[in-house]
Design a binder for this molecule. Structure first.
Ligand SMILES: C[S@@+](CC[C@H](N)C(=O)[O-])C[C@H]1O[C@@H](n2cnc3c(N)ncnc32)[C@H](O)[C@@H]1O
Length: 185
């Protein structure tokens, strides 16, 4: 098992602290990369993770090819094949079909892109797949504080809009660099 980057371990303490996660549950993770977070979720738990990732990488990351990343994903999850599945589609396409099939998840983790438009699309489309009394986790909220990014290049623009529009349907359990929403309706 090898990861060139770890974008997840530092997030575990807050997830454990603020989300009341039961023993068995279904997680939808919008991104997969090398499988680091998927493995962390299932490592000590009996649960199922669905990762949606078409392996389309930011051209700035020219030190990786999409094929390398996907091979690493499959190699890394070898011991957890029962618990982790990969859907090689863009989140938008998967979420449309999952809505059509009326799939349900207990936790949805939205984290593939910082561009507000894509975050908002993912949040709106995945909200309908989320069961009541479960969580949506959105990442990179504190990019709002980095003035190098335009408003439309920050997840916070989407997260704040979503919170305003859907405010009757959840409790905001925690807001830091991640935002945890507990669905109440
Ligand atoms: C590194 S993650 C971004 C993680 C996170 N936002 C961060 O940097 O902290 C980017 C991943 O999203 C995937 N990705 C690209 N387009 C996607 C899409 N339309 N739907 C889901 N995942 C996508 C890429 O293949 C890559 O594995």
């Amino acid at each position: 098992m090898w990861f060139s980057t770890d974008r997840f371990t530092d997030k575990i303490p807050n997830i454990k602290k603020y989300c009341n996660l039961k023993k068995w549950w279904y997680l939808l993770e919008i991104w997969a990369l090398e499988g680091k977070s998927a493995i962390e979720w299932v490592k000590n738990r009996d649960m199922k993770v669905t990762c949606v990732d078409p392996f389309i990488l930011n051209p700035k990351w020219n030190f990786w090819t999409p094929q390398d990343v996907m091979d690493r994903f499959y190699n890394n999850i070898k011991d957890y094949e029962k618990n982790i599945e990969l859907i090689k589609l863009k989140s938008f396409d998967y979420l449309i079909s999952a809505n059509y099939e009326k799939l349900k998840y207990d936790v949805i983790y939205v984290d593939w892109n910082h561009i507000s438009k894509f975050c908002l699309q993912d949040m709106v489309l995945s909200w309908e797949l989320l069961d009541k009394w479960w969580y949506m986790i959105c990442d990179d909220y504190e990019r709002a504080n980095d003035k190098n990014y335009k408003e439309r290049e920050r997840p916070s623009t989407a997260i704040d809009s979503f919170i305003k529009i859907y405010q009757d349907e959840f409790d905001v359990v925690w807001k830091g660099n991640q935002v945890f929403l507990l669905k109440t309706k």
